[in-house]
Design a protein around this ligand. Structure first.
Ligand SMILES: C[S@@+](CC[C@H](N)C(=O)[O-])C[C@H]1O[C@@H](n2cnc3c(N)ncnc32)[C@H](O)[C@@H]1O
Length: 252
C-alpha cells in the first residue's frame, strides 16, 4: 500500500516536471508557438491537440528524430504542422476522414511546412480482428497508406466518431493491429488519450509493442523487433488470455 502511494507521488511529480518542461519548449521555440497559435485561433481551433500534448509531441520528435511519420487523425492539421517543425527532414503522411478538415489544414499550414506533409483522405470504418477478439469491434481507416511504410513514428489521434444508420460509432482504434507488419523495429507509437485502445494493446499485442510510458494524457509504445510479415501471424502468447478471448467477451 505504502509502495503504491510512493509510486503515485513519484508519478505526479514526474508529470508536473514534464508540464514545466513543456511550457519551456514553447518559450524556446517561437516558430512552434506562432504556428500553434494559427491553428488554435482558427474557427475550428477547439479540436486541435492541447498545448501540453503539442509540446510533448515536439519533444518526442526531437528526441527520436523519425524520418517517416504516419498520423492517424490529422484533423485541421495542427499536430502535423508541429511534427513537421520538430522533424524538418522527415516526411509526414496524415490521414483524415473528413475532407472539410483536410481543406482547412491545407489552408492553415504555412507553405514551408506544407511541403513535408501529405494530407490524405480515407473513410473511417468499423472492423474486427478475430485473433484479438471475436467480440471486439475497432475503428480505423479503410485505406491505410501502407505503400509509404515502414514507418518509424505513428501518432494515433483519430478517427473521430462518426454516424452510421443514425448511430454514433465510438470504438477503440485498431489500425495499429493492421499496421504491425509495416512498422520498423524501434518505431514509436504515440497515442493521445484512448485508454480503452491502450488497454487492448497492452493486453494482446505485448510481443510486438512494448510500453515506454503511460499517463492520463498519452501512452508511448515501441515496436519490438519481433517480425511479422502478415497480421495473420499475430500470436497471442498468454494461454489464459487466448482461452478467455475464445470463450468470453473481452468487454462485459
Ligand atoms: C482530436 S481530433 C484530431 C486533431 C489533430 N490531430 C490536430 O491536432 O489538429 C480527432 C478527429 O476529430 C475530427 N475533427 C477534428 N476537427 C474537427 C472539426 N473542426 N469538426 C469536426 N470534426 C473534427 C477529425 O476527424 C479528427 O481526425
Amino acid at each position: 500500500m505504502l509502495n503504491h502511494i510512493a509510486h503515485k507521488i513519484q508519478q505526479i511529480r514526474g508529470d508536473l516536471l514534464e508540464k514545466k518542461q513543456h511550457r519551456s519548449i514553447f518559450i524556446a521555440n517561437p516558430k512552434l508557438a506562432e504556428v500553434y497559435a494559427i491553428f488554435k485561433n482558427s474557427p475550428e481551433g477547439e479540436w486541435i491537440i492541447g498545448k501540453n500534448d503539442a509540446a510533448k509531441l515536439y519533444g518526442l520528435l526531437q528526441t527520436y528524430a523519425p524520418q517517416n511519420i504516419l498520423e492517424l487523425g490529422g484533423g485541421i492539421g495542427a499536430s502535423a504542422a508541429i511534427m513537421a517543425i520538430a522533424a524538418p527532414g522527415g516526411k509526414i503522411t496524415s490521414i483524415e476522414q473528413f475532407e472539410k478538415c483536410i481543406d482547412i489544414a491545407k489552408k492553415l499550414t504555412p507553405p514551408d511546412i506544407l511541403k513535408n506533409i501529405n494530407f490524405s483522405y480515407s473513410e473511417a470504418h468499423a472492423f474486427k480482428n478475430d485473433l484479438i477478439s471475436p467480440y471486439q469491434f475497432f475503428s480505423g481507416y479503410k485505406t491505410l497508406p501502407i505503400q509509404d511504410s515502414p514507418f518509424d513514428f505513428v501518432i494515433i489521434d483519430g478517427p473521430g466518431y462518426w454516424l452510421e444508420n443514425n448511430q454514433l460509432v465510438k470504438l477503440p482504434n485498431g489500425d495499429i493491429i493492421n499496421l504491425l507488419p509495416r512498422l520498423a523495429a524501434g518505431c514509436k507509437i504515440y497515442i493521445d488519450g484512448r485508454k480503452q485502445a491502450v488497454g487492448i494493446y497492452k493486453r494482446f499485442l505485448r510481443p510486438y509493442l512494448s510500453l515506454i510510458k503511460e499517463n492520463k494524457q498519452y501512452a508511448l509504445f515501441e515496436r519490438t523487433s519481433t517480425r511479422l510479415l502478415d497480421i495473420g501471424e499475430i500470436k497471442i502468447e498468454d494461454a489464459e488470455l487466448a482461452m478467455r478471448r475464445a470463450t468470453t467477451p473481452y468487454f462485459d
